[in-house]
Design a protein around this ligand. Structure first.
Ligand SMILES: *[C@@H]1O[C@H](CO)[C@@H](O)[C@H](O)[C@H]1NC(C)=O
Length: 308
C-alpha cells in the first residue's frame, strides 16, 4: 500500500481531472458518529483570508428587526445579534454573527449521544447530522427573512481559526429561541478534541457564522438530497466563490497563499507553483496551517502541504 498509494491518486487524476468525482458520495457511508466526511471535504480553500474575515465580522454592527437571540436558555445568557452590514452586496451578500456552537442532531441522526429531545425532521428535509455540515438559525429569523434565506443556503463558519462550509439546514424553535448551533459533524470538526455531543457544546461565543443570502447561494439538488450532501465539491466551490466575492467587497486580502488563485473552475493540469491533485488549491506546495487543509494523504509541513 505504501508503494502504490501515491501513484494511484495520480492515475485517477489523469482520468477524471478535477471533476470532483472523488468527493461525490452517496451519503450513508459517512453516516456514522465517528466516521463522517473528513474535514478536507468542506474546508475553505487556502486563498481565503480567514483571519481578516473574522476581524471584519467582529466589527459588523447593523441590526435588522428580530435579530437578537440568547446563546442558550439560561437566565441571563449572553445575547447575540445577527448583523446585516454585508447583505447589500450584489455578490457574496451575507448575514453575519458571532456565537457559541451547540450540537444539533435533528433529522436522521436525532438519536445522537446526549440528545433526548431530537426531532426526526430538519427544516428542509431530514438531514443526517453525522454526514452534513449544517448550522441552525433561530426560527423567527428564518421565517421573517425567508425570501433571502429559502433554505439550504451555503454558509461559512470560522471556528478555532479554521473555516468550514455548511448549509442552513435547520431552525431552532425552543422557548426562548437560541442562536449558535450546528450539526454533530460541523461541531466535532470545528472542535475535534472536545468530544462535543447533544448535551455538551462549545460554550465560548467565539465562532463566526457567515450565511449567504439569495437563491444563488442555495446548494442545488444535484449536490444534496433529503438526507445527505452528495457532492462536497459543489459545496466547497460555491463556498470559496461566495467567500472570495465577500472578501473582495470588504477589500480584504492576504489569504493563506498569495500564489494561489481563488478560481474554482480550472483544469487539472493548470497549476503553477503548486502541484496538481484531487483537491485543487490544496496540493503539494500550497500553504496550510494543518493537515486538514491538504489534499488526500499530504500533510502540513512548515506551512506547506507536502508528502508524508
Ligand atoms: C460535483 O460538483 C462539481 C462542482 O460543482 C462538478 O464539476 C461535478 O461534475 C459534480 N460531480 C457529479 C458526479 O455530479
Amino acid at each position: 500500500m505504501m508503494t502504490y498509494s501515491r501513484s494511484i491518486p495520480f492515475a485517477l487524476l489523469a482520468l477524471f481531472g478535477s471533476s470532483g468525482l472523488a468527493q461525490t458520495v452517496k451519503g450513508p457511508e459517512f453516516n456514522k458518529p465517528d466516521g463522517g466526511p473528513p474535514a478536507s471535504y468542506f474546508a475553505a480553500g487556502s486563498s481565503i483570508p480567514v483571519a481578516a474575515l473574522q476581524s471584519a465580522a467582529a466589527k459588523a454592527s447593523t441590526a435588522v428587526p428580530d435579530a437578537t437571540y440568547p446563546i442558550n436558555g439560561d437566565k441571563g445568557a449572553k445575547k447575540v445579534t445577527i448583523h446585516s452590514d454585508w447583505t447589500k452586496f450584489s455578490e457574496g451578500a451575507a448575514y453575519v454573527w458571532v456565537a457559541d456552537m451547540d450540537v444539533d442532531c435533528d433529522g436522521l441522526d436525532s438519536n445522537c449521544k446526549g440528545n433526548p429531545d431530537g426531532q426526526p425532521q430538519t427544516n428542509f428535509g431530514a438531514l443526517a447530522a453525522y454526514e452534513v455540515p449544517f448550522f441552525v438559525i433561530p426560527d423567527r429569523f428564518g421565517t421573517k427573512y425567508a425570501k433571502e434565506l429559502p433554505g439550504n443556503n451555503v454558509g461559512a463558519v470560522i471556528c478555532d481559526g479554521k473555516m468550514f462550509y455548511g448549509i442552513y439546514g435547520d431552525s431552532d424553535g425552543d422557548t426562548p429561541q437560541v442562536i449558535g448551533e450546528a450539526s454533530w459533524l460541523m461541531a466535532r470538526t470545528c472542535f475535534p478534541n472536545d468530544n462535543l455531543n447533544g448535551n455538551s457544546g462549545h460554550g465560548n461565543p467565539d465562532v463566526t457564522y457567515i450565511l449567504f443570502t439569495g437563491d444563488d447561494a442555495v446548494l442545488p439538488k444535484s449536490a444534496l438530497n433529503k438526507n445527505y450532501v452528495t457532492n462536497f465539491t459543489t459545496l466547497r466551490s460555491m463556498g470559496d466563490k461566495l467567500v472570495t466575492a465577500l472578501a473582495k467587497n470588504l477589500k480584504l486580502s492576504g489569504g493563506g497563499d498569495s500564489g494561489s488563485s481563488p478560481s474554482t473552475t480550472t483544469t487539472a493540469s493548470g497549476s503553477g507553483s503548486t502541484g496538481s491533485c484531487e483537491w485543487e488549491g490544496h496540493c503539494e506546495g500550497a500553504s496550510c496551517k494543518n493537515g486538514d487543509q491538504c489534499s488526500g494523504q499530504l500533510v502540513c509541513k512548515s506551512g506547506k502541504c507536502a508528502p508524508v
